[in-house]
Design a protein around this ligand. Structure first.
Ligand code: GLY
Ligand code: MN
Ligand code: MN
Length: 448
């Protein structure tokens, strides 16, 4: 058997069809969308089963017409009059058009940005899908919490989460489950999920299921014993404050990168209070970017058909001045490490913002965008040592003795999917947090 089928997201966006061998055409002038599906030979049913018929497709999708793909060539021959333009996503997807009547332009550049601009603003249907994905993931997080004290390993957490989602009709995860305990919580994309929980303080569970190809992205960080150690409680409280204050500020018109900067300011203030940072004022330490030792990733990203969804023509975190030469699009996102240098660029861009001028490449939030707000504080010994403690610019602001006490905390991240509404936002993630989370861990719960 080959790898599991995964529908291309741009294709699914236009067609709603999640099975192989299809095409889709859209006649812009006529506003007419046709899904072209394969005829399935009965021999193939023996191996791969049936795929939907034209009637099945009409029932599940709002396309204007559904036809068998064997008629596509003839359709293109008729539809593409000389001088017309055919827009395709990728050069390798150009149809063979020898049989057209005259010259047809084939454009492989303009379709993708046009679709990205559409995809970044979610329709009500898409919001409903993302909400459903979040509801299942939130219940799965709750299932893990309610059994946590009986669990012995990261593997069991992974198994309970994915098993719960599958049983709820969501067999696909939007990304590999991250169930990192102790120091593993400081690895942002930890995927091994194969270590015992014994003797560790926290487990960071970043896991979200898909619903009808739409993603969710949810993180909670649990005390394994049911009670936070004083150090873990302090870090969890800081991340909670970073997240609450950023979520409160989500509304149309906000430049997302200013929320990231706000989270950094909260982190600097609170890490100074704990004594992990010292030897300078909050402003001085913020300006050096030393906080990126502990909060080394972006505050969030768009969520949609992909967990790190497209951002359209602008960028959520860093604007035009941060785009490396020769690189276009919204690629600098959460996955990019936030370094002292990138934080400085972000701050410079924020200072240049004015209410009267459009930001240079950074994105203002708009109604019906869905973004994550996912601050974190991590204690990754290797990373902090190599780039901060070994660098005198930063080392002087970090108290090594105090920091030693916090390495066993590993890391804390809290992540929700937030819908931008007319005048504010709505949290699509309902997994318990704070005291409610502790109550589920310690007292259990009825899942439904
Ligand atoms: N789960 C990947 C992320 O949080 O972006
Ligand atoms: Mn995320
Ligand atoms: Mn996540």
């Amino acid at each position: 058997m080959g790898p599991k089928f995964h529908q291309r997201r741009y294709f699914y966006y236009l067609s709603g069809a999640s099975f192989p061998g299809c095409s889709v055409t859209y006649d812009i002038a006529r506003d007419h969308l046709i899904l072209w599906i394969p005829y399935v030979d009965p021999r193939n049913v023996l191996w791969y089963g049936k795929s939907p018929s034209t009637d099945d497709c009409r029932a599940i999708s709002t396309v204007d017409d559904v036809r068998y793909i064997s008629g596509l060539d003839k359709f293109l021959y008729t539809a593409l009059v000389p001088g017309s333009t055919l827009f395709v996503l990728h050069p390798e997807q150009k149809p063979k058009l020898e049989s057209t009547k005259g010259v047809v332009n084939i454009d492989t550049v303009k379709l993708r940005p046009a679709m990205d601009a559409a995809r970044v603003i979610k329709t009500d249907y898409e919001v409903a899908m993302i909400r459903r994905a979040n509801a299942i993931s939130s219940a799965a997080h709750k299932a893990v919490m309610s059994r946590l004290k009986k669990l012995a390993s990261e593997r069991e957490i992974d198994a309970i989460f994915s098993g719960f989602c599958t049983a709820q009709g969501a067999p696909n995860q939007a990304y590999p489950i991250i169930a990192g305990s102790g120091p593993n919580a400081s690895t942002l994309h930890y995927e091994l999920n194969n270590e015992p929980l014994a003797g560790r303080q926290l487990v960071c569970l970043d896991a979200g299921a898909e619903w009808n190809c739409y993603a969710s992205d949810v993180t909670r960080t649990f005390p394994i014993s049911g009670t936070f150690t004083p150090e873990a409680a302090a870090i969890h409280a800081i991340v909670t404050r970073m997240q609450n204050e950023c979520i409160q500020r989500v509304k149309p018109g906000i430049v997302f990168s200013t929320l990231h900067l706000h989270a950094c300011i909260v982190a600097v203030t609170e890490l100074l209070r704990l004594g992990i940072l010292h030897n300078g004022t909050a402003a001085e330490i913020f300006n050096r970017g030393t906080v990126t030792a502990f909060f080394p990733h972006g505050l969030g990203h768009h969520v949609g058909l992909e967990v790190h969804d497209v951002s359209g023509p602008q960028r959520l975190l860093l604007g035009a001045t941060a785009v490396p030469k020769g690189r276009r699009g919204g690629a600098i996102g959460k996955r990019e490490v936030m370094t002292p240098e990138t934080l400085a660029v972000m701050y410079r861009e924020a200072l240049a913002l004015s209410p009267w001028a459009a930001p240079k490449g950074q994105q203002r939030l708009e109604k019906n965008m869905v973004v994550t707000i996912e601050p974190g504080i991590y204690f990754c010994r290797e990373y902090i040592q190599a780039y901060f403690l070994d660098n005198p610019t930063h080392a002087k602001y970090i108290n090594k003795e105090v920091l030693e006490k916090y390495y066993p905390v590993g890391g804390v991240r809290i992540e929700d999917c937030i819908l931008v509404t007319d005048d504010g936002n709505q949290n699509l993630t309902t997994a318990p947090k704070g005291d409610e989370m502790l109550a589920v861990i310690n007292e259990g719960c009825i899942l439904y």
